[in-house]
Write a protein that binds this ligand. Structure first.
Ligand code: GDP
Length: 443
């Protein structure tokens, strides 16, 4: 799960804080010491950590917080606000040119995920009824042009290429002309990468930039490289004046340092996050939602958006309503399981659910197909009434369900427990999602 380590540590710190009715300055200081360590361990730039802690401390020891009825929650609220601020405050959207095509230049080191991200971005735009054109400007890596063509075929998106005998500047200029004549409203230029930043690479990128005046210059960096990613971003920004960053591989075992530092260090907003190798695994980056995920408050909005692109609209609306009211039954659970499976790896989907990482057994869950089949079998062995009112499932019913589904009673118990925990969490969360802006925090 994204930021798992950091999320765990912060949540531990805050649950301690919340258990105390009244807070003293010393309590806040101790909590901030723990937050500081958690951030440093997550590989956040140390200067940023210091600024962050100073800011939160300053606000948190104010009388308003200490004297409030729920001081613990007030501190969490502050951390949430400052984390959001750290990652850029509000979502930074992709540019759109008033005289199409909008030109997006993708830059980055080799292996960061630039070509894949170009494809993902084109796919993202296509889903919004745009007509992107992908442009193969990496004339050095032998397989790069082919890779982009294959992506284009998979996505049914046109790819412009002139082989490897023309200069990237000429290819980029010709591609923009091509787009104008073929009604493409976005041009996504996949430029060459190198293993390290070098002068020749930068000169070439500057030349392409100066010749096509892109509306966006997006740097693709690998989040797993932590502070190195931030350093790379700083160098590229100095030479090219980036308009944004795409962080890839946030689905991996990332500690979060890059995501939390890049904006503050470079001033460049994170515009998208790559969450997997699949071509639909690209998410617009929302600082507030990411902060919520880190603090275990879930990200119901992203979950709903994911549902809306992968599930038909009627079903998505139903899902939204049920999640908000926390009144879904095992029947809905089964029904949604199929749909949810289409939304991506289950641990990622669960990571967006409020409080999901606090539920024992769901944490670090590696969901395999066999497990899902068991869950399905257990639910199917319930009577209609049991599915609607799981609280009536007593010991003898549990035995019957286990026998009927060919599973163990322990598995039935676990599922029932998870289901009731999940509903509890959702109920709590309903309170905090209503009334935008004035959020109530319940962890
Ligand atoms: P480029 O050299 O920068 O063009 O990198 P590629 O696009 O060829 O990607 C390098 C590798 O990273 C490929 O194996 C991609 O599948 C993988 N990759 C790219 N983005 C992501 C991501 O968001 N998550 C994961 N897990 N892998 C990714």
């Amino acid at each position: 799960m994204v930021f798992q380590g950091l999320a765990d540590r912060l949540q531990q710190t805050f649950s301690k804080l919340k258990r105390k009715g009244k807070l003293t300055e010393a309590d806040v200081k101790e909590a901030m010491r723990e937050v500081r360590l958690a951030l440093l361990e997550a590989d956040v730039n140390f200067k940023i950590v210091k600024q962050f802690i100073d800011k939160v401390k300053e606000r948190a020891v104010g009388q308003e917080v200490l004297n409030s009825l729920t001081p613990g929650q007030q501190v969490i609220k502050l951390v949430n606000e400052e984390l959001t601020e750290l990652m850029g405050g509000t979502q930074s959207k992709l540019a759109i040119s008033s005289s199409p095509p909008t030109i997006i230049m993708m830059v980055g080191l080799q292996g960061a995920g630039k070509t894949t991200t170009s494809g993902k971005l084109a796919n993202h735009l296509k889903k919004q009824n745009r007509r992107p054109l992908l442009v193969a400007c990496d004339i050095y890596r032998p397989a790069a042009i082919k890779q982009l063509q294959v992506l284009g075929e998979q996505l049914d998106i046109p790819v412009f290429n002139m082989g490897d005998k023309n200069s990237p500047v000429n290819i980029a200029k010709a591609a923009v002309e091509h787009a104008k004549h073929h009604g493409n409203d976005y041009v996504i230029i996949d430029t060459a990468g190198r293993l390290h930043i070098d002068e020749k690479l930068m000169d070439e990128l500057v030349a392409v930039r100066d010749n096509v005046s892109p509306d966006e210059i997006l740097l693709v960096v690998d989040a797993m490289t932590g502070q190195d990613a931030v350093n790379v971003a700083e160098s590229f920004n100095e030479q090219l004046s980036l308009s944004g960053v795409v962080l890839t591989k946030l689905d991996g075992d990332t500690r979060g340092g890059a995501a939390l530092s890049v904006k503050s260090v470079t001033g460049c907003p994170i515009k998208f996050a790559g969450m997997g190798e699949k071509l639909d695994a690209l998410e617009p980056f929302h600082p507030d939602r990411m902060a919520s995920r880190i603090l275990g408050m879930g990200d119901v909005l992203s979950l709903i958006e994911k549902a809306q692109t992968n599930i038909d609209e009627e079903k998505a609306k139903e899902l939204e309503k049920k999640m908000r009211n926390a009144d879904f039954t095992f029947d809905d659970f089964l029904d949604q399981m199929e749909q949810v499976r289409n939304m991506g790896p289950l641990d990622q989907v669960l990571g967006m659910m409020p409080g999901a990482n606090k539920i024992k057994g769901l944490k670090n869950m590696q969901v395999d197909e066999k497990q899902l089949t068991h869950v399905e079998a257990i639910i199917k062995s319930m009577t209609k009434e049991e599915k609607q009112k799981p609280e009536i499932i007593n010991a003898s019913r549990r035995k019957r369900i286990a026998a009927g589904s060919g599973t163990q009673v322990q598995e039935v118990n676990r599922l029932l427990k998870q289901f009731s925990d999940m509903k509890k969490m959702m109920k709590q969360f309903t309170g905090s999602q209503k009334g935008k802006g004035k959020k109530k925090f319940k962890l």
